[in-house]
Write a protein that binds this ligand. Sequence first.
Ligand SMILES: C[S@@+](CC[C@H](N)C(=O)[O-])C[C@H]1O[C@@H](n2cnc3c(N)ncnc32)[C@H](O)[C@@H]1O
Length: 399
Amino acid sequence: MDRNQPSLPADLEVVVERILPGGLGLAHAEGSTVFIALSAPGDRLRVKIERVKGNVAFASVTEILKPSTDRVVPPCPYFGRCGGCDFQQLSYEAQLKAKVAIIKDCLQRIGGLREIPDLQITPAPRQWHYRSRAQWQYDAARRRLGYFESGSRRVCDVAECAVLVPELQESLSALRERLETDSLPGDARDFRAVAGDQGVSLSPGISNPDGIDVQRSIHGETYSLNAESFFQTNADLLTQLIDVALGDARGESAVELYCGVGLFTLPLARRFKQVIGVEGDAAATEMAGVNLVNAGLSNAVIANEAVGNWVPVNEFNPDLVALDFLLLDPPRTGAESRVIAGILQLQPKRICYVSCDPATLARDLKKLIGGGYSLDSIVAFDMFPQTHHVETVVHLKSL
Ligand SMILES: C[S@@+](CC[C@H](N)C(=O)[O-])C[C@H]1O[C@@H](n2cnc3c(N)ncnc32)[C@H](O)[C@@H]1O
């Protein structure tokens, strides 16, 4: 905190103004900015200051003096301790409203955009029991299995998780039974699981061999996947996500950066003569290759390389001159500066940016728009109910 500022009392009364990117509520009190976890816009709260960083105090709720009309009673008994969900205190309508406001806030403040096209968010078909991919932390010494506690590496022991699909809940329960009989591998730090149309891939495996593949059919394509490689968490919205991301794109050539096991690569290969996917994870790259072969698609290749290394080398690839379409779906950290610079060199006619972090999306859009692109459309998907996370799909066109 600023040295010239008066120090804050440990307990404060605040009114929450809005929800910020990252999911914390914003309030001002005693000349300071206060960020409050698990709050709702309009809440009048008594809060405890947990820590101070620069000009911002981070606080937790000690008493709800007057609840916001957006507030609901969180149904999960672990809520507040478990680091998994941070929006269960908000009605679903308020969650959607907060996510739209978070995206707009990032686009304006970080992206420097003055005019934002109308922004619709597609709600999740299931607000609970939607998560078909999970990572459970395992503390063998304390015999705990669950998720990290909020802001800590301590494992919150979770018997039932309200956002897991039933198949993954069964896997979690089966692991817990093994925990009780001491038959979980003592050296495992975590377990990863993904549900397919039939069956669950679990790593490390317990009753099945490690890395067993499962299949998932989405939008007429069948994908093999396993617990080791990335796959989208909410399978319910994937058909719509693919439709919006690809729009009416078709033509000669497309590049897909951060392609994973090929969720967008297969549909792209149906619409473009030549497709190049780039993926850093070797297992996902191999799986994307298998998925293309199984789909009978031979017009797409997958490069197993860090995107930051691939793009600069390929800027001047003559095959990629007059590139029709480039889709990128990076991790939360967004695209490195050299990736954005490389995209600007490649000069695709159209770009689709699929993002799970509005702040890094806005940072990268600023550079792309500054480099000669204009914003065509922006659509959000609530892929992660009960959390502040949101998926955004942005289309850009060359000026
Ligand atoms: C958000 S996922 C998207 C995957 C895919 N589009 C999908 O929807 O299933 C990001 C992917 O980028 C990969 N990745 C992360 N950093 C990378 C990098 N620097 N270079 C290449 N791939 C990377 C991850 O392994 C992961 O598969």
